[in-house]
Design a protein around this ligand. Sequence first.
Ligand code: FE2
Ligand code: FE2
Length: 369
Amino acid sequence: MQIESRTIFRQELVMVVDASESHRRQVEHALMSFYRIATFASTSEALAALQKSPPGAIVIAKGAVTSEALDFVAMVRRDHALSAIPVVLIGPGDDPGIRKAAMECGASSFLAKPYRRSVLIGAISKEINKAIEHRWEKLPTLHRNALVGTMDIFNSVSDVIENGEPIAYSAVTDACGPLIEAVGTGEFRTILSEVRGHDNFSYAHSLGVATLLLLFGYTIGLKGDDLSLLGSGGLLHDVGKMSIPYDVLNKVGALSPAELEQMKGHVAVTTSYLEKCSDLPKNIHLIGNQHHERLNGTGYPIGLKGSELNELARMSAIVDVFCALSDRRPYKSALDSENALQVMTNSMTAALDQQLLALFREMLLDTGR
Ligand SMILES: [Fe+2]
Ligand SMILES: [Fe+2]
């Protein structure tokens, strides 16, 4: 059995420095499902903490007191031990002078208020995953577009969360287009292996689910709009997890009953997010609502069972469990395909549709995964 080393995981810490408590909370809320967050009201507190445990990235927003923020960035850049830490500076408005000064004193990127939540997440992710996303730029166009397009749309869901701003279904299907093509031509393995190193675990998991749902779709002969639906549904099925803090999502050890409820609650949150996007086909909602339901009624949120679960719900459950077992996460080792399938066959016999699971196993064997 191949078990990945736990030491490869970097539970990235993002430090947020801002005198404004409400904006600090806003930044924390946007990033909390992706990273561990430490917030500071002043640069002096932040500097003391920086020396003790350097973060993966710093977000600094100092309202109108920009000179303090600029001095802070310059100080970080001058410190040998800290100089490589990416710093995202948020300014009060898009003043070209401040933007120029921010970049000159060493900020990695500058955002002006008001900014989209997805832009903030994208800026941090880009800095933290620089090496991985840089490698994506060198991939063949189809692979690159599949990764970049789906990641952008995944991050843009955070705008729905923040503003109630809907995502157009056409934007999701467009983003999934290269992925659908790559799965159709059997070129999806590079995409899956490239995304595994990405620190945005929710995105990596969602892309995995989208890819394997598509593979399932091709195997059972689906085409066109049905494939778009599977790819889009896979990508959006867990967006409610963006409401769960990183520390709960990635907790090493048992979740408390309250944390478990919070985790299970991601389905309801996903539903409420997706309902804001009025043009999504109902089967996208079904994938979001029912991928944790189980054939024997032991699933959630409703405890549907047997014939109450259609083929799409059954396929989604299989793909989601398989990806969850194979994902690399801070709290568990990743199982290889064979071991994941064994767990699903031996320990989830009554919970998963074993006929569809046998087909899924064959499909994976055929594609050499
Ligand atoms: Fe889920
Ligand atoms: Fe999932």
